[in-house]
Design a protein around this ligand. Structure first.
Ligand code: MN
Length: 200
């Protein structure tokens, strides 16, 4: 069963002004579709083609050498973007409860966590992602290059922000820090809290 781009769980224009409608169409319909098409092409005919994308990306080192690179980039792109769309909701949702407490305990406060996460995104040279992960039972902030996923490093992604220019350039131009700061307005913390509960 080949991979498919999941439908957005909200209308294309509903994250505006944080993320504009044209960016959502290009990013979801064109960029994510291209990752899916290329991942399917790379995996076709292998024993991995019918496996969930999480399993493939977690076990990247076990893949045949000739498809490792394409699957790392395009399978990673499919996994990362699928998580990204689900991590947002129009107007955002509130960070509360056990996850809020754990973030404050680990990073000093929620505001300090946000600053450190934004710094990870700003500091990622070129294209990549900023992440909140569970690593060895502990919350951590990491960044990855290109479409590399924390899953491949044995970490569980809870929240990821795409800092490729295609994610923000139409609205924010070169101002990646402004995009990272504005993005909190659309984060779906309910979904992140569910991932945290499952990961512990
Ligand atoms: Mn992207």
């Amino acid at each position: 069963m080949a991979y498919e781009v999941p439908a957005l769980p909200y209308p294309y224009d509903s994250l505006a002004p944080t993320i504009d409608e044209e960016t959502m169409h290009l990013h979801h319909d064109k960029h994510h579709q291209a990752y899916v098409d290329k991942a399917n092409a790379a995996l076709e005919g292998t024993e991995w083609a019918d496996k969930p994308i999480e399993e493939v990306i977690t076990n990247l080192s076990s893949l045949p050498d000739d498809i490792k690179g394409p699957v790392r980039n395009n399978g990673g792109g499919h996994y990362n973007h699928s998580l990204f769309w689900e991590s947002m909701t129009p107007g955002g949702s509130e960070l509360s409860g056990e996850l809020a407490d754990a973030i404050a305990a680990k990073f000093g406060s929620v505001d300090e966590f946000k600053e450190k996460f934004e710094a990870a995104g700003v500091g990622q040279f070129g294209s990549g992602w900023a992440w909140l992960v569970v690593d060895g039972g502990e919350l951590a902030i990491v960044s990855t290059a290109n479409q590399d996923s924390p899953l491949t490093d044995g970490k569980t992604p809870l929240l990821g922000n795409d800092v490729w220019e295609h994610a923000y350039y139409l609205t924010y131009k070169n101002a990646r820090p402004a995009y990272l700061k504005a993005w909190w307005d659309v984060v779906n913390w309910d979904v992140v809290a569910e991932r945290y509960a499952a990961a512990k």
